[in-house]
Every structure is written in C-alpha cells, then in structure tokens.
Design a protein around this ligand. Structure first.
Ligand SMILES: [Fe+2]
Ligand SMILES: [Fe+2]
Length: 308
C-alpha cells in the first residue's frame, strides 16, 4: 500500500503547520498539482523555502499561475497573442529561479517518475489552464506557447498529444497521471469536475490532449489507475456550489484537488485541506478529502461535500 498526500492549488495558502503535518504523517510522498502563486508571479518564491522543508519525496507540476505574469494570463483568457508574447519575456528567468531554488522537490512536466514500490507516475502538460477554442484542432496553441516551445519544444495541442502518447508508450503499469488541469470529457456543468464556472455559458473546459492520452492508454491496454489534477477551484466561482471533486469512469479514478481557500475557518476551527490517495494491488485506488487541525484529521469521501 502506498499513501500519497495531494495538495491542491495553494495560491499562497501553505504554511509551517502544513510542513509539520506532512513531515510527521504516514504519507510515502506528496503530490502538488501547482498554482502555488497568487496573481503576483513573484509570490511563488516566498513559498519555496517552505516547500524545501517538506522531508517526504515531493512532486510539483507547475500551474498557470506559476512563473507566468498577469499580462500572459489576460492574453490567454482573451486569446490576445500580443499580450501572450509580450508577457512571456520574463517567464524563462522565473523558471530558472524556480529550478535553482527548489531543493529536493521534483519539478514535473512531460516527465516519467518512479515512486515507491513499482508505482509510476506520468506528469502531463505543465502550465495548463484549459481552453474553449477548439476550432483549430491539433493546431490549437498550448497555453503560454512562446515559453512552452522554448522549454519543452511543444507549441500545439497536437504536439502535446504526441508527447503524452510517447510517455504512455514508455511507462510500466501500474501508473497514474499528474496534471495541473484535468481532461476534457468529464462534464460541462459548472459543478462538474472540469466544467468552467467563470464563463457566461457553462462548458467543458478540460484539456483535449490529456483526454486523448487517456483514450490512447486505454486503447493499448495500459489505462492509468488515476488522473490527478486541480485548477478548477471548489466551490464554483458563481453561486459557491459544491463542485464534484472525484469520480470513477471506465475504471479510472479522476480527482480534482483544488479546493480554495484550502486553509479556512469552520465552526471555530482552522482547517487545512488535502487529499489522501491510497494505491494498493488488492483494490482500486481510494481517495478521501482530509481537513487537518492541530494534527487531528477529519475525512470525507463524499464527492461533493463541502465539509466532513
Ligand atoms: Fe488555481
Ligand atoms: Fe490553475
């Protein structure tokens, strides 16, 4: 049995108490789905000394708020190429700083990892934030294209799709997939796992390259045990409705770990959120939401519960 802690989008909500809890916990490793930073891209670097204090093996896939600037984010949302290009100039330097300042935390993206035992992990496309414009199919640019081309040699969804297929070809099952944003095909309602809750019209905002990777993996008889992501925060932006945070489909466990605020007050308690993923050879992976206060852990497996 392998026990993994999954930390959803932090957006600066991670502190010494989280470090103390994780270091004293029974978890074998920690997965961070990205979006460490606030809207200020340099806020990311304030969190790194804390991440470096986590003594468990820790894997981080960057989110769309990590190393990117406000101009780029606006450019991505409005499909404004000028802002995407103009804002990208400072991203490589921030990425270099991130790599230099992370100590034992493993920075993931288009990468293959072996965890404890014989369990493997594929890290999918980093910096993903989803898209609705699919008219260009495989030619659709990936988010933050100028940077992605320089850093990973990937500029389009088609290129990303091929890269993810290569990773699946190279992995030895059992394995799971870690991503910042989840796959297309899990529902279009704002309350669905990767449905957009910030547009006038509810829509499936999931990534098509990741959905293709899962379909490909199934077609060659190598389905992942689970797909772990974040990005679409729980609860919904408008109406604060519970968003589904886990489901099983065709034997694969899909998880959205992004609950924000992840540190919050409830009935006089200050609770810290993370997910517990248990993987064993005897049964399907098990997921639970955990709310921690002073070492005490409250858990729930309700796929839409606000609180235990
Ligand atoms: Fe986020
Ligand atoms: Fe995000």
């Amino acid at each position: 049995m392998i026990k993994l802690a999954i930390i959803g989008d932090m957006h600066m909500q991670f502190d010494e108490e989280d470090v103390r809890f994780l270091n004293a916990s029974e978890y074998d490793a920690v997965l961070m789905v990205g979006d460490l930073a606030s809207k200020n891209p340099d806020s990311l670097f304030k969190l790194l000394p804390l991440l470096n204090q986590v003594t468990k093996p820790t894997y981080l896939i960057p989110g769309n708020h990590d190393t990117t600037g406000v101009r780029q984010l606006i450019g991505e949302v409005t499909h404004n190429q000028f802002l995407i290009n103009f804002g990208a100039s400072s991203q490589p330097a921030r990425m270099q700083k991130l790599k230099a300042e992370l100590q034992h935390v493993i920075l993931c993206g288009y990468s293959l990892h072996t965890l404890s035992g014989n369990l493997s992990m594929i890290a999918a496309r980093p910096f993903s934030m989803g898209a609705t414009d699919t008219t260009r199919g495989d030619e659709t640019p990936v988010n933050f294209r100028p940077f992605m081309e320089k850093e990973y040699g990937i500029g389009t969804i088609g290129e990303s799709r091929k890269k993810l297929r290569q990773l699946i070809d190279g992995v030895n099952p059992p394995y799971f997939i870690l991503a910042h944003h989840g796959p297309h095909g899990l529902g279009s309602l704002a309350t669905d796992m990767f449905g957009a809750d910030f547009l006038p019209q509810e829509t499936d905002f999931g990534d098509r390259d990741l959905a293709d990777a899962v379909t490909y993996a199934q077609s060659i008889g190598k389905p992942p045990l689970a797909v772990i992501a974040g990005h679409m925060h729980y609860p919904t932006k408008h109406g604060k409705k519970p968003k589904q945070w886990w489901l099983r489909k065709d034997g694969i466990l899909y998880v959205n770990a992004a609950r924000w605020p992840r540190i919050f007050k409830h009935e006089g308690r200050t609770l810290r959120h993370h997910l517990k993923l248990e993987v064993s050879s005897e049964q399907a992976p098990q997921i639970a939401a955990c709310y921690v206060e002073a070492g005490q852990v409250f858990t729930t497996t309700d796929d839409r519960a606000m609180l235990p």
